[in-house]
Design a protein around this ligand. Structure first.
Ligand code: AHR
Length: 501
């Protein structure tokens, strides 16, 4: 299969915001407890944080992390997680029918995030609570000193305020399952007032308002319009969520869900522009895609279990085993975020450890990288700079969710500072090799510096505690560059990261 793709140094999409490679972690299942925090584990540090997990997290170079939820946040009392640990109450987590011991709260999480080198992005509870608690939480976290809440933080041993600039105004407030679910207008007004209050505390705060829980919600996309009509001038981002799966066992259709996601982003971009025009507003609102991932392997089974179980503590929940097919999907989805980086400024893989996550960690046992860890890692390491347009001229396919889908999925990033160009390519064809011919106009002296490939695995192959490196990248061959023209072959069902300087 011959594919001609071309790019030009001056045909730019956008400067990519580093936060496109952010993550999300929730008090849910074993994400926090026995995920990042497990006192007594052989790898635990004196504060109870798992060093093995921390190392895998650090290697991802994650810029920002959304915390503490998710559905969890909509009934969370943040004050339960501060002060002496032995005095913290155990509460019922209404979202996941579990027990929350509150042994990790904002101060422990901040300590972990600092060790991991990640900026925090905090969510406030606009479900069971509201503006008053949001401002108290923010004042506790970010005000330097001399007030009730800031002095309380200082009395808890945290003398310096946290530098938190990103604040999420609740979570999935359109969802009837959400504790404190609201109608669009009501939520939009609350979000507007809460954003105003947070920005009164610190004018540099960026506020993220909830969009729909996904693009299949009955109220989508009117929800976005109605919410933004209430709060457009006071918010900076609108959040999108979407989870993916291949329940019908149709690989090409699964991959094409990336096209569907492009349409979702485009539609919300249109809503943003509509509201901006209607309000004659000057400010811009961007997209924060703050929950995305594959979630279907155990979804039904888990939903049955958690609806009936008896409030366990840190239960095994949503521990998806990702396979090679999922890695190819995730690679393509991140390519779509790069191609849409003019609209999508922040995106968070959901989640980070154990719960629908690229990193898994057994209680008392080892931690390992899942298949999807690698495309996420490569994008985070090499996907920073300016996204370039790539024109692809090659065979396409039609399927249930989209027509005219390119078999070859490509994104290109020019890092002007490092003077490198990185191509991220996925050959989605089930059988055929791509014979690639790709002029890179404006890069006449480009030299190949690195080629990593994930290929040759069965679509259902996965990693596990006994075979942690079964599916992993290796050095690639068969691609070269001459006179600014990339040529080579990419075997069927393969992912490539090809870098030039
Ligand atoms: O990430 C798991 C859950 O998915 C989150 O709590 C919620 O926001 C979404 O529905």
């Amino acid at each position: 299969m011959r594919v001609r793709a071309s790019l030009h140094r001056d045909f730019k999409i956008s400067r990519i915001d580093d936060r496109l490679y952010s993550a999300f972690i929730e008090h849910m299942g074993r994400a926090i407890y026995s995920g990042i925090y497990e006192p007594g584990h052989p790898q635990a540090d004196p504060n109870g944080f798992r060093k093995d997990v921390l190392e895998l997290v650090r290697d991802l170079k994650i810029p920002a992390i959304r915390y503490p939820g998710g559905n969890f946040v909509s009934a969370y009392r943040w004050e339960d997680g501060i002060g002496p640990k032995e005095q913290r109450p155990v509460r019922l987590d209404l979202a996941w029918r579990s027990k929350e011991t509150n042994q990790v709260g904002i101060n422990e999480f901040a300590q972990w995030a600092e060790m991991a080198g990640i900026e925090m992005m905090l969510a406030v509870n606009l479900g069971s609570r509201g503006l008053e608690d949001a401002r108290n939480f923010a004042e506790y976290a970010i005000h330097p000193e001399g007030t009730y809440w800031s002095e309380l933080r200082r009395s808890h041993g945290v003398k310096e305020p946290y530098n938190v600039k990103m604040w999420c105004l609740g979570n999935e407030m359109d969802g009837p399952w959400q504790i404190g679910h609201k109608k669009a207008k009501e939520y939009g007004q609350l979000a507007n007032e809460t954003a105003k209050a947070l920005k009164a505390l610190d004018g540099d705060i960026e506020a993220i308002v909830c969009g729909s829980s996904n693009d299949q919600m009955p109220t989508y996309p009117d929800w976005e319009r109605e919410v933004l009509e209430e709060c457009y001038e006071n918010v900076d981002y609108i959040s999108l969520h979407k989870y993916f799966g291949n329940s019908s066992n149709d690989t090409l259709n699964y991959f094409a869900k990336i096209e569907e996601t492009g349409r979702y982003i485009q539609a919300i971009g249109g809503v943003i522009d509509f509201v901006k025009a209607k309000k004659r507003a000057k400010n811009d609102v961007y997209i924060c895609f703050d929950e995305w991932n594959v979630w279907y392997h155990r979804r039904e089974e888990d939903a049955q279990r958690w609806r009936t179980w008896d409030w366990p503590e840190a239960p095994d929940l949503l521990e998806e085993d990702y396979n090679f097919e999922d890695a190819l999907f995730v690679a393509g989805l991140i390519n779509e975020f790069i191609r849409r980086s003019d609209r999508v400024r922040i995106a968070c893989i959901a989640q980070l450890v154990n719960v629908i996550a690229p990193i898994r960690a057994e209680r008392g046992g080892p931690a390992w990288r899942q298949t999807i860890y690698y495309p996420y890692q490569f994008a985070s390491l090499y996907g920073r700079g300016t996204a370039l347009k790539v024109a692809v001229d090659g065979p396409t396919y039609d399927c249930k969710v989209a027509d005219d889908v390119n078999y070859l999925d490509v994104a290109a990033v020019h890092d002007e500072r490092a003077c490198t160009v990185t191509l991220f390519l996925v050959n989605r064809h089930l059988e055929e090799t791509v014979e690639l011919d790709m002029p890179m106009t404006g890069f006449p002296t480009a030299r190949l510096i690195e080629h990593k490939v994930m290929a040759g695995f069965g679509l259902r192959d996965a990693n596990g505690p006994d075979h942690p490196n079964a599916v992993a990248p290796r050095d690639g061959t068969g691609v070269g560059v001459d006179n600014g023209r990339v040529k080579g072959h990419l075997v069927a069902l393969s992912y490539h990261v090809i870098r030039f300087d």
